[in-house]
Design a protein around this ligand. Structure first.
Ligand code: GLC
Ligand code: CA
Length: 588
């Protein structure tokens, strides 16, 4: 009764169709792997979270030599590029998103030489490499911040950050009402060397992550140099952390009640009316002044050969506002978080796809698509949640509900099957190709996300999506290393989700991803155009792209499959029905 996912020759024709076998064969004339000009328009980019990918020296933390050793597995998977979360020198108070030296590698990850070797090995395999740049804030350990602390109020050194006097009679109230994304106030007061309370400094994230002042030309000059440092080493681009937060409203005005919430998702829900010409909805997110910086960086990258690219992390919505970050003289890509945040509901999904293609297409940029990353509950779990679970809260043993794990992985496979057929560029997060779920039952003592500490355990934060990868079903730490050490403990069940187990199972999530990626490439879907297919019911999302009909059933009952030869499906199919929470690609 089943249709294996990995073999074209056993594809099941649906009853109404009498296609020839050849119709379902991958086209070999399509555009090849995204290595050419403007490669980023169609690329599938795999996010490597270095501390959890592979550990070469057995200290329990993944590292650069670990990545180098496993690059062939990513080549086999079929991605075009990798994005590395930060590996620069850092006290690791926010897992490396707190950089103390932008021009060196943290010893826990290796050396600059290890980086160069990794980059060379990736390029030899035809994989592009994007690195993470964190310009909104430095670590409080950074020499710039230390110099600011050692300098007088009003000094040039303090001008690189946001130092302000407090409000109230003794200056003991913060300068404004902004809240940290990780919980608590966004301001911390200094104690001067003589023990008296001093000025306050701004940190939209942890108190160990002071915000840089991007109005200061000196700061801008430093970052041009940092971009060139990595471009000279040969990186293919940058993922820009908190791109929507770098510039603050003049005078640092209070957030009004309507804006208040400390959320990272800016205007929040998807499918809002088009507000792209309205002023931004927060004094620190989505300010107009940020775009000047991206135009400047565009010219820095343009001076290099090889189509280097910027991808912004900008939590703004709707897509029409997001598209402003990828106008022709700004960044090349921006993450489509409206897509990620869309619930498993057909009209919402159709709406966000349409809005994205229209908004990005309107500025000549590719749309991007993403379902998981290191900041959100993994989509194999998230899609099994029907309760409210705000971004950043995460899941833990005391969360008042349990996600439906069975529905979650089934929907996740369907969601990815649909996503990888969309035109544009897609991002994958390490481990989703194994169908890894969020780890809910981490012990409190293992948690490391600053969110957990800053909210006194009220929000679990993001550790549950950051657990080290299982490579083998036996052996220490499931092959993450050879000592068994692991900075976050892996659940026992992960032995069954290890890469070596899934490699030999044609029905595994890994086999599905490989198949999706090779068919996507062979049929040049990234460079294609979407045309809606209607009339299949309210719970169905269906479209055609590059000669492929893509059908996803988001409802609770089976629906008839349209005619055509099944190329692949997220679950085994029998007959001519598409079961609930299943997606399929059909030829013809
Ligand atoms: C971004 C990163 C997140 C980090 C934050 C502060 O949102 O993705 O992991 O904590 O910025 O740098
Ligand atoms: Ca290590």
């Amino acid at each position: 009764m089943t249709t294996p996912l990995t073999s074209t020759s056993t594809d099941t024709p649906t009853s109404a169709a009498t296609p020839t076998g050849a119709a379902a064969q991958p086209q070999t004339t399509g555009r090849t792997r995204a290595t050419g000009k403007e490669w980023w328009r169609t690329a599938v980019i795999y996010q490597v979270y270095p501390r959890s990918f592979a550990d070469s020296n057995g200290d329990g933390i993944g590292d650069l030599p670990g990545i180098t050793a496993h690059l062939p597995a990513l080549r086999t998977l079929g991605v075009d590029a990798i994005w590395l979360s930060p590996f620069m020198t850092s006290p690791q108070r926010d897992a490396g998103y707190d950089v103390a030296d932008y021009r060196d590698v943290d010893p826990i990850f290796g050396t600059l030489h290890d980086f160069d070797r990794m980059l060379g090995a990736a390029h030899e395999l035809g994989l592009r490499v994007i690195v993470d740049l964190v310009p909104n804030h430095t670590s409080s350990d950074h020499a710039w911040f230390q110099a600011a602390l050692a300098s007088a109020e009003g000094s040039e050194e303090r001008e690189h950050y946001y130092f302000r006097d407090g409000k109230g009679e003794n200056g003991d109230e913060p300068p404004n009402n902004w809240e940290s994304v990780f919980g608590g106030p966004a301001w911390t007061r200094l104690t001067d060397p003589d023990g008296t309370p001093g000025q306050w400094y701004l940190h939209l994230f942890d108190s160990s992550q002071p915000d840089l002042n991007w109005e200061d030309p000196w700061v801008r000059e430093q970052f041009r140099g940092i971009l060139r440092f990595w471009l000279d080493r040969g990186v293919d681009g940058f993922r820009i952390d908190v791109a929507h937060g770098m510039v603050k409203a003049e005078g640092l005005p209070d957030e009004t009640d309507a804006e208040h919430g400390g959320s990272m998702s800016g205007a929040g829900a998807t499918l809002e009316p088009d507000i792209s010409d309205e002023p931004p909805s927060s004094p620190f997110w989505g300010q107009e002044g940020g775009h000047e910086i991206f135009r400047d960086w565009h010219t820095v990258l343009a001076a290099y050969d090889g189509d280097r690219a910027l991808c912004g992390e900008a939590w703004v919505s709707p897509p029409s506002r997001l598209a402003r970050y990828v106008r022709p003289d700004e960044m090349q890509q921006t993450f489509n978080f409206s897509y990620l945040e869309t619930p498993w509901q057909a009209d919402a999904l159709r709406g966000v796809i349409e809005d994205s293609l229209e908004a990005f297409g309107g500025v000549g940029a590719p749309s991007t698509w993403v379902l998981s990353n290191h900041d959100v509950v993994r989509h194999a779990t998230r899609l099994g949640i029907s309760e409210d679970n705000p971004q950043g809260h995460g899941l833990g043993p005391k969360t008042p509900f349990r996600p439906d794990a069975v529905a979650g992985i089934r929907r996740a496979r369907a969601a990815t099957t649909l996503m990888l057929a969309l035109p544009g560029s897609a991002y994958l997060y390490q481990g989703e190709e194994l169908g890894l779920p969020e780890v809910i039952d981490l012990p409190d003592s293992a948690r490391q996300d600053p969110t957990w500490f800053r909210t006194n355990g009220e929000r679990y934060g993001r550790d549950g999506c950051r657990v080290p990868l299982p490579w083998t079903s036996d052996g220490p730490a499931n092959g993450f290393n050879d000592t068994g050490a692991s900075w976050l403990p892996q659940p026992d069940e992960w032995a069954g989700l290890a890469r070596d187990v899934e490699e030999s199972d044609p029905l595994s999530t890994l086999s599905l991803y490989r198949r999706l990626l090779s068919e996507r490439e062979a049929r040049a879907l990234g460079a294609g155009e979407l045309e809606w297919v209607d009339g299949l019911g309210d719970d169905v999302v269906a479209f055609r792209n590059g000669g492929v009909t893509v059908v996803a059933n988001l409802g609770t009952a089976s629906v008839p499959l349209p005619t055509g030869l099944v190329i692949l499906s997220s679950e085994p199919l029998s007959g001519s029905e598409l079961p609930a929470d299943t997606a399929a690609w059909l030829a013809g």
